[in-house]
Design a protein around this ligand. Sequence first.
Ligand SMILES: [Fe+2]
Ligand SMILES: [Fe+2]
Length: 269
Amino acid sequence: MTKIYFINDLHWDFWKKQNYSPEKFFEEFFLPADVCCIAGDIANDFIDSSTILKYLKGRYKKIIYTLGNHDLGIFKKDKYKLQLPRTINKKQAFSKVIGEHLDGNIIKVNGITFGGACGSCDWSWVYKNFETDDAEYLTKWQDWFDCKWWRMGSTSPWQIFDWEINKLKKVAEQNPNIFVTHFHPLSCPIPDSYKNDKMTGVFIYDDSVLNLQPGTIYHFGHTHSKIKLEQNGILYLNNCIGYPGDLIYEFGQFKKEDFLIELEDKNDT
Ligand SMILES: [Fe+2]
Ligand SMILES: [Fe+2]
């Protein structure tokens, strides 16, 4: 058997500012397991991400993660920016700290398969719920994704979506046991506190095109509301830490034990 602890939206830098040590952070939000699966948003600054990932690496046999928008963004105050040549993608820096990065690939642990990628938005949710147009989307997207500093290989949201959805399709075709994205799948309920904000749409995509199979565990992040929900045979998990003071219990009073899952090992290792 393999124990997996699912967690996302660590935002470690915000907790560090509240005088949390890595030990206190672990005690409060984590549980021991063989594998820790992280669905993105580790910290804004790469140096902070690196500190907490290295600490967690000492507490689990394996860390598997996908990056979130906060991990990929390079912010004005980002200390790491100064050390980062503009031609280097921030993703490569993460891989040097922890190699188990999901970005359109499959990782196997005791025969259990993890697959995923960060994801991107397809605008479908915004178009359905708000009156808007492409120009407004583009402005909103650029406000967040700041094309000056993001190194996603393109400044076109449509191009980036195309790349990300193709990675996810390739992974989904291989029917992984655990599917991970930072972006919120449209097939899982959106918290009420996010529904009136057009910006929410910048982090949602229609996952029906992936045709995920019943029995899959879908671990996602971005929305800071915990959920554990079985729907059409898929078990959706969002165990966000979020920012201090966030409204994280909109869907119920989930405990960290709800996100510790033991799976039987598979033979085809
Ligand atoms: Fe987040
Ligand atoms: Fe996020």
